[in-house]
Design a protein around this ligand. Structure first.
Ligand SMILES: C[C@H](CCC(=O)NCCS(=O)(=O)O)[C@H]1CC[C@H]2[C@@H]3CC[C@@H]4C[C@H](O)CC[C@]4(C)[C@H]3C[C@H](O)[C@]12C
Length: 329
């Protein structure tokens, strides 16, 4: 499972959690403007916008999970197993294999409006990257500071939905996830009033009772509602650190603790990493299951006009500051 959100207290922050039982070996990967990209079904580009995100690099190719470009357009791919359908390559159309979708899009689009335009013509194919990597069944959250879209590849082609809450999880398809919010319209960060039976002496005996009924389990549908409620009521401070910290707090409400979701005997899903980028500044922050210290890679400290990928393996060891009893104590 995974959850992706946008969060825009002022500037736009966007990111995702990746929940899985195993890691493929994720790295923070910067693709510079002049990295030559060849597309599987023809064509390529010698240059375009620089991209920063999480990828698994295979044979020198960045298989991106989520990323942002230097213009602030960002995207995250999440599992959509059982519902994603890709097409076969077709003559006369722009054929893009799903594994090259993120670099293909972020390389050439500066804005959501440009992306929306370009997506009209795309034919997303199920072409596998290699025998080792069959096509992942995904859907995507795509956003810039003007808004967010959900992209779902179906048998009828790529469905493009406005995403007014800026949240995406896995199944069911996005329209059903969004519809489910209707069931929770009574939830509130304020204490409830007794409309149940005013003549019965009911009391709000604990804080937080306005959100009683917010689903607490780990299913996709429940994480969607919980992330939306938390994000939409989130209040955050002014500084970059305040906003980034608050973003990770929102994501903690949907994080997976090893042991609570068994996917095979003795195998458990966990939140392998959580990312958060400041779209305008091109700073990519992340935490991992093992290391909760926020680590960052800044696109603008990289050689943007380069030709070679720049790679930073994710840090996965806990980094605990011992505050007393040190050498100089
Ligand atoms: C497994 C992850 C989703 C986690 C998730 O949601 N787990 C819950 C299952 S459930 O939905 O709740 O049942 C997904 C998310 C992004 C994916 C990569 C995208 C690039 C590349 C595309 C290629 O085609 C295949 C290899 C490739 C490296 C992909 C591997 C894998 O597929 C990744 C990591």
């Amino acid at each position: 499972m995974c959850t992706a959100i946008t969060y825009q207290p002022r500037e736009l922050y966007m990111g995702r959690s990746l929940d899985y039982e195993a890691s493929y070996g994720e790295e923070i990967v910067m693709l510079p403007r002049r990295f030559p990209l060849r597309f599987r079904h023809g064509g390529g580009s010698e240059q375009g916008y620089a991209i920063l995100g999480t990828a698994h690099v295979a044979d020198g190719y960045p298989l991106y999970y989520d990323a942002v470009n230097e213009k602030g357009l960002g995207i995250a791919g999440l599992n959509f197993v059982g519902n994603a359908r890709y097409a076969a390559p077709q003559d006369g159309r722009q054929n893009v294999a799903q594994f090259e979708f993120i670099p293909w899009l972020l390389r050439q689009c500066a804005t959501l409006a440009e992306a929306r335009q370009l997506l009209q013509a795309v034919n997303l194919t199920g072409t596998p990257f290699s025998l080792h990597f069959p096509a992942a069944q995904l859907h995507w959250l795509l956003a810039d500071a003007t808004g967010a879209l959900t992209l779902e590849p179906t048998a009828a082609g790529l469905q493009i939905y406005e995403n007014p809450v800026g949240v995406l999880t896995n199944n069911p398809p996005f329209p059903q996830q969004l519809f489910a919010l209707n069931n929770y319209m009574h939830l509130s960060p304020r204490q409830p009033e007794n409309t149940f039976a005013p003549d019965v002496p009911l009391q709000a005996y604990s804080r937080g009772m306005g959100a009683l009924g917010l689903p607490g389990d780990l299913s996709s549908g429940s994480r969607f509602v919980r992330a939306a409620f938390t994000k939409l009521h989130s209040v955050c401070g002014e500084s970059e650190a305040d906003c980034v910290g608050q973003f990770f707090h929102i994501m903690e409400t949907v994080s997976q603790t090893r042991g609570c979701c068994e996917v095979a005997p003795g195998e458990f899903e966990r939140t392998i990493y959580t990312s958060c980028w400041n779209a305008a500044r091109g700073i990519y922050y992340y935490t991992t299951y093992g290391n909760r210290r926020i680590t960052a890679v800044d696109l603008h400290r990289e050689p943007l006009d380069g030709t070679a990928l720049r790679r930073y393996p994710m840090l996965t060891a806990e980094d605990i500051l011992m505050q007393n009893g040190g050498a100089d104590a």
